[in-house]
Design a protein around this ligand. Sequence first.
Ligand SMILES: Nc1ncnc2c1ncn2[C@@H]1O[C@H](COP(=O)(O)OP(=O)(O)O)[C@@H](O)[C@H]1O
Ligand SMILES: [Mg+2]
Length: 259
Amino acid sequence: MTLLDNQFDGRDAPGIKPVRAQGGAPAFFSAWDLHAYYGESYIVQGVRFDVREGEILALLGRNGAGKTSTLRTIARMDNPRLTHGEIWLDHQPLHEMKSYQAARLGVGLVPEDRRIIPGLTVQENLELSQIAEPKGWSIERIYEHFPRLAERRSQEAVTMSGGEQQMLAVARVLARDIKLLLLDEPYEGLAPVIVQEIERILEGVKELGITTIIVEQNAVAALHLADRAVILDMGEVVFDGTAQEVLDNAQLRQEYLAI
Ligand SMILES: Nc1ncnc2c1ncn2[C@@H]1O[C@H](COP(=O)(O)OP(=O)(O)O)[C@@H](O)[C@H]1O
Ligand SMILES: [Mg+2]
């Protein structure tokens, strides 16, 4: 476990350095010393972590810690603007890419607001995500994994419940050929029974070995799903370790997660 105080420069912390596999190959996903701004506001302040292939990483921290900004930086959205650092996915330099190039390479962001397209049915939303190559799961396969979506395939998608829309948002990303799944608060605003249903879906995604970063206020649920956890505070990494270490560390949970 590595717990850094705010004065510490994470650059030389043994637990924070991107893990290098034998032979010097970088991890499947690496964020190296990311700095990003919204206009003049300096928000992402030297974030660094690795994710191994097939691993689920919970990216946690209080409201405003910089979780969404970090995901948006990784997905190469225009805002916040990355000014320094490198992002590598499967040996490809994401930091040199625009969001559409990152998406084509296999970065699948499920944003907090889900972006379900009004006026389209569930099926049409899924078909639309498959217009561009490379395709991922077939629509039949999606319906096997998401039976609720199969039942509602002809329904206008925005008229579904919040939980069903969240399922569609995840399914739509799986309909593309992704290497890295980025989930921003997938359980937000959902009833516990629906959270459990989405947890089961995400456990299924985990079995398929899709490398995932999950941001969640419901830290306990995220930690049960995740292998590892990174905690952000004020745009910096303050913890990088296993999910179990966070669950076992009351002080850490109280200080940064309020759980
Ligand atoms: N579009 C934006 N313009 C300026 N500041 C922003 C913008 N979005 C977020 N911020 C600020 O960046 C910080 C981190 O926000 P965010 O990444 O959304 O945190 P989290 O997802 O951890 O709650 C906050 O202080 C927030 O006010
Ligand atoms: Mg957020």
